[in-house]
Design a protein around this ligand. Structure first.
Ligand code: FES
Length: 169
């Protein structure tokens, strides 16, 4: 499995505390606070760094394993930094029937990663999603903010190249 290494810039305990404490203070007395804290951490960093989970475990007096149970239960939370560009291929029924699996396989080959992973240079994250509401344009995918419809395998390299150059937003 090829995923980007963790590169959380916090390298000492004191700085991790400074980072985590405001999130904990804000949600400490509220029900379901662990999820809310994880949400605000992910909103800030794009993922939940391990160092922060460890600090949260100490501050909230919750076993680290429990925190990881929550993070891995919800698809939303990420454990590795996201890619600079997000490629979300729809694999809902209409897109599936129009060839989404072949698009996904081709993207996996081109990017040398599996669905759910980020390239080593952290340029692209590849994921599959369920129906993005553009079934009439199947097969469809969303790259960063832009929706692409009726995609052919021959379109993919161009979309990736343009995205990397910053031409597709
Ligand atoms: S199934 Fe892909 S957009 Fe609806």
């Amino acid at each position: 499995m090829k995923t980007a290494p963790l590169t959380f810039p916090i390298d000492d305990v004191e700085r991790v505390e400074v980072e985590v404490e405001p999130h904990v203070e804000k949600w400490q007395d509220q029900e379901g606070n662990l999820i809310m804290i994880l949400h605000s951490i992910q909103n800030e960093h794009g993922y939940v760094p391990r160092e922060i989970s460890m600090e949260l475990s100490a501050l909230l007096e919750i076993p680290l394993a429990r925190i990881y149970e929550v993070i891995t239960f919800y698809h939303y939370f990420k454990l590795v930094p996201p890619g600079k560009h997000n490629v979300a291929v729809c694999n809902g029924t209409a897109c599936y029937l129009k060839g989404a699996p072949q698009l996904i396989a081709d993207l996996e080959r081109k990017l040398s990663i599996k669905e759910g992973e980020t390239t080593e240079d952290r340029e692209f994250h590849l994921e599959t999603v369920r129906c993005i509401g553009c079934c009439g344009m199947a097969p469809a995918m969303v790259v960063d903010e832009k929706t692409h419809g009726r995609i052919k395998i021959s379109d993919l390299q161009g979309i990736l190249d343009e995205t990397k150059k910053g031409g597709v937003k």
